[in-house]
Design a protein around this ligand. Sequence first.
Ligand code: HEM
Length: 512
Amino acid sequence: MWLLYAPVAALAVYIIYQRLFHPLARIPGPFFASITSFWITWQSSHQRRPRLDLDLHKQYGSVVRISPNEVIFSNPAYFKQVYGAGTKFTKGPFYNVLQDGTEPQGREKLNMLVETDIEKLRVQKRYAGPVYSTNNIQKHEHHIDDTLKRMIKRFNGLTGQVVDIYHEWEMATVDVYSAVTFGQEYGAVEKGTDDGHMAAMDKVWEWWGMIGNIPWLDDLEKRYARVAMKLITGNQNRHKMPVFAYAVGKIMEYDEAKTKDKETQMPPCILNDLRQLSQNRPDFLPNWGTRLAMTDLGAGVDTTSWSLAAMIAGISSDKAVVARLRAELDAAIQAGTVGKNVPVPYAAAAKLEYLQACMAEAMRMWPNIAIGLPRDVPAEGIVLDGYYIPAGYTIGMNSKQLGVSEEIFGPDPRTFRPERWLEADRSRRNDMELRNLAFGAPSRKCPGMHLAWVVMSKMLASFYLNFDLKVLNELDGAPGPGGSVWREKGSFPTKWHGLEVELTERLDTLSL
Ligand code: HEM
């Protein structure tokens, strides 16, 4: 008989411990979150993270226990201590999931997103920094321009139709990043398809956002149970990725040609810059360059296409914003710095203050990585709004929650108001830029942010010079005329599938 009661008694003891005696027991949060990490995994499997964290803060307060050993916080006063440069709070097991057992290890390895050896990461970023600087990216602008021309032509053909704009941005960014990195675009805009690449990427992110919350299960899968987990998960994290295959093919093509003939020149592109870097500085291993080039596609496409979708949704939902942006673009046409049907040079886009403010505002309200960016608490622990969190536990702040901080961004933080970036005095503007997780924490800043900013500035300016846009459905509302429901989903990067728009050509714009 005791065999029957023993498991029930053990469970009762476990729950009592988690609720009353665990070091995080005092912290409010959903009941099931306090007793099992499967609760947050379940939420992530339903792609609820971008909104969940904000709802939890509303319901439970500024510090919430989302898993037995993890809490999220909303008070921006702790930003510097947790995420600032030189912080002792490090990335934890959530990130280990993205380590592939087949990738090189130790010194050979470059996987910045998951790297825990801060000294090695610092060296890698110091070397790669100039390659990813705005100045260097501008040298490769012609690659972006080629895709932009194709994109404008494609959008011209789509005017008057219901367009899934998020899908269109994905195709355009696949081409932009493949061209700028490998010297030749994949061809997604021309074909209108990436052959399932981004759909496969969605599965990878879904898998990571889910399993990252139970890293021991990932360890188990990697070590012992590949076959069993494949059956359970439908092989979620190992889908075919044709754009990666294309990129690997390009790398091999260049490297083999170079081996045969030392004089062979690769077309100017980021991979070429990274190879030259390895030649000049042999401690920047060629393998590091290869991995970083692949990261442009792996970390750049989803994030950039989402951010562009957020930007046009924010801009085009407010007539006053559209009017002010148009006035700025028209003035630039008059001044001869930009023109219709001609890709906008970055140097000109960077001077469009209102456009730049619209971009910053969209990324504040809809940061792509909208989860509590998890960090391990160091030896001294931390007190968050009166709750002591000892060493070894995980804490994080959701970038979207940070974006609605009145203390940092001023009044009406839930309203899309680009003017806030222009009205802010220098010290507030600095704070808005610093305490901002849209491109990651100051201690772990996104190395691709300048590349992405150049790409987005050019694409957005060229888009609004040539097209008008009407959003046809509402987020989480009824299906649009094309039958799609516009949904926000995310367990690591956020996705906006089903955003329907109608494009019309801007006939009132002047041509150069
Ligand atoms: C609009 C486009 C982009 C957005 C919104 C974005 C956003 C972010 C964010 C929020 C993080 C921090 C993630 C975390 O701490 O868990 C991050 C890190 C990172 N991003 Fe980006 N990113 C973009 C484009 C790119 C591109 C083009 C690259 C290509 C090099 C890239 C490479 C990386 C890498 C390697 C990290 C890890 C850095 C570290 O941990 O030290 N990203 N990015």
